[in-house]
Design a protein around this ligand. Structure first.
Ligand code: DAH
Length: 336
């Protein structure tokens, strides 16, 4: 094959080459040890000298041409490769970002934190107790024996005859007193459970228990603590009143009302026309409760109270259905 034919067939084969691999095969086919051009070059030796010279020059030129074409195509293909790579990895910085809505603190948690920090500022420490509780702590040690009618005050979820879902945070009183000698002064925020569900009751809700026992604690300490708490969590001018009541674990017992914050005491639907809204239960710790944990009731006295967090949150944010707190509707939760 002459140099001109080789050049032509090489160009024909070069045209469709799309990859560096194919290009390499083509190089071997022409310039490799057994390549077409190499074979022709080898044949030169057998030609008569006059022919050898011109044929040799032609073949060499062809070889240089083929090498140059291969090199040029190689660069082209490399460049193409790079472009493809860039294109496939490109980031479109003009695309709109993915929106992640910010999380919010649940209104009950907010109120619970706010209430906790008010009590902590008054020197109360924070304690916790189990939600699955022994009947003993939930009832017996709080002066509510089995078959006592006061058990009817709360609809209890029983896990077994001796184990309940705690119906209030009051059992934490007993657990802390068993662990610590007086004086004790703490609050116990947490979840409580009652078999109850309507517009103002959910089977789970939140309370903060307050407790203080030392020598010489009187009802006026209780009044001062609760009044300043209510003034801080609602407003400094909200009226507060104590009403006599009954709890088995306190004597005397009281329920505490605030002046209705909707009608300012003139009477409305929320306060059922009374001008007052019940907000918590409280009292002086019953001597039986102290004696049962070995505290000397002749030396020590104290007060206790229990506050429903949902009730506080409903009043603070004007929410008229307690169930809204637990439906997880983002349109509701997003407002806080
Ligand atoms: N444990 C009571 C309840 O859930 C609330 C309560 C009343 C707690 C009086 C107290 C208290 O500590 O002294 O209904």
């Amino acid at each position: 094959m002459g140099g001109g034919d080789i050049r032509e067939s090489f160009l024909n084969e070069l045209a469709p080459v799309k990859t560096i691999g194919d290009l390499e095969q083509l190089r071997v086919r022409y310039l490799g040890k057994k390549g077409i051009l190499t074979a022709e070059l080898k044949k030169l030796g057998g030609l008569p000298p006059e022919e050898r010279r011109s044929a040799g020059a032609l073949l060499n030129e062809t070889k240089i041409f083929v090498e140059a074409e291969l090199a040029a195509r190689k660069e082209e293909l490399k460049e193409l490769d790079l472009r493809e790579k860039f294109a496939s990895q490109a980031i479109d910085v003009t695309l709109p970002g993915k929106y992640t809505p910010p999380g919010r603190t649940h209104p009950i948690i907010r109120v619970m934190r706010e209430a906790t920090s008010i009590f902590v500022a008054m020197g109360f420490s924070v304690e916790e107790g189990p939600e699955v509780e022994l009947d003993y702590y939930n009832f017996e040690a709080l002066n509510i024996p089995k078959e006592h009618p006061a058990r009817e005050m709360q609809d209890t979820f029983y896990v077994s005859p001796d184990i309940v879902l705690r119906t209030h945070t009051s059992p934490v009183q007993v657990r802390v007193m068993q662990r610590k000698k007086p004086p004790v002064k703490f609050i116990a925020p947490g979840k409580v459970y009652r078999c109850d569900a309507d517009i103002s009751h959910t089977p789970m809700f939140h309370q903060i228990e307050g407790f203080m026992v030392a020598d010489d604690i009187s009802f006026s300490h209780l009044k001062a603590v609760l009044e300043s708490f209510l003034h801080r969590i609602f407003s400094p001018d909200v009226p507060v009143r104590f009403r006599p009541s009954y709890f088995p674990f306190t004597e005397p017992s009281a329920e505490v009302d605030i002046g209705c914050i909707f009608c300012k005491g003139t009477g409305c639907r929320t306060c059922k026309g009374t001008g007052w809204i019940e907000i918590l239960g409280a009292g002086m710790v019953h001597p039986h409760v102290l004696q049962m944990v070995g505290y000397d009731a002749r030396i020590y006295s104290g007060f206790a109270f229990g506050i429903g967090m949902e009730r506080i949150a409903m009043l603070k944010y004007s929410i008229d259905d307690i169930r809204l707190f637990f439906e997880n509707d983002l349109r509701f939760l997003g407002q806080f």
